[in-house]
Design a binder for this molecule. Structure first.
Ligand code: HEM
Length: 180
């Protein structure tokens, strides 16, 4: 997992839960990196799992909610870091259905070692987008947070339905329907 995912995560934890909680989860996680990350480095995904699990224990907030909250937060990182992408796409649906064939393809060129999910578009019309998330990392709640903020960015009112296609959350179907 890329360092930027860790650095932004720790920044969010500090902002929302304070420096003491941040220090506590780093210590409890017993990290090989010792919690020192650079945004372009690559680190073991297991470190993120430990950090989130310990944050959940400290805050009594369940893991999916924390990952979702992080997705909402990470949107600003993407928007500030890659403003041209948001100028390029004219609708939220176009952007979301463009992740697989355009956005993440670009990410892979810049960071060949990035661990990215797959998004399979099953159906796309002006009012409906059915897209399947697939990833060993089971971070569909992160995807949901990012999608919600993306749609908000385009002022689009959309209802998102999420359906687990397997029990470990590595395959999830999202149905996005416009509210008009
Ligand atoms: C707008 C520009 C975007 C850029 C530049 C971008 C870039 C990235 C990067 C750098 C990572 C981390 C890869 C790693 O840790 O190795 C990532 C992961 C991820 N991205 Fe994107 N992304 C973008 C938009 C989106 C959007 C809109 C979604 C919403 C569906 C999304 C879904 C995800 C998910 C769910 C992951 C976590 C990894 C996983 O689930 O396996 N991305 N992305």
């Amino acid at each position: 997992m890329k360092g930027i995912v860790f650095t932004e995560f720790l920044e969010m934890v500090e902002q929302k839960f304070g420096l003491e909680t941040t220090d506590t989860i780093i210590t409890k996680s017993n990290l090989k990196s010792e919690g020192v990350y650079t945004s372009v480095g690559t680190y073991d995904f297991g470190e993120m799992v430990s950090l989130i699990t310990n944050l959940s224990e400290e805050t009594k907030i369940d893991v999916p909610t924390l990952i979702y909250t992080y997705g909402l937060y990470f949107f600003d990182t993407l928007k500030n870091g890659y403003p041209n992408i948001f100028k390029h796409y004219k609708t939220g649906f176009n952007l979301i259905s463009g992740i697989e064939k355009h956005i993440h393809v670009h990410v892979r060129k810049i960071y060949p070692d990035a661990e990215l999910p797959s998004f399979i578009t099953h159906e796309e019309t002006d009012t409906k987008l059915i897209i399947e998330y697939q990833s060993e990392r089971a971070m569909s709640s992160f995807a949901q947070g990012l999608m919600e903020r993306t749609l908000e960015h385009y002022n689009e009112e959309v209802t998102i339905k999420k359906e687990l296609l397997n029990s470990d959350g590595t395959k999830v179907l999202f149905t996005l329907v416009r509210n008009v």
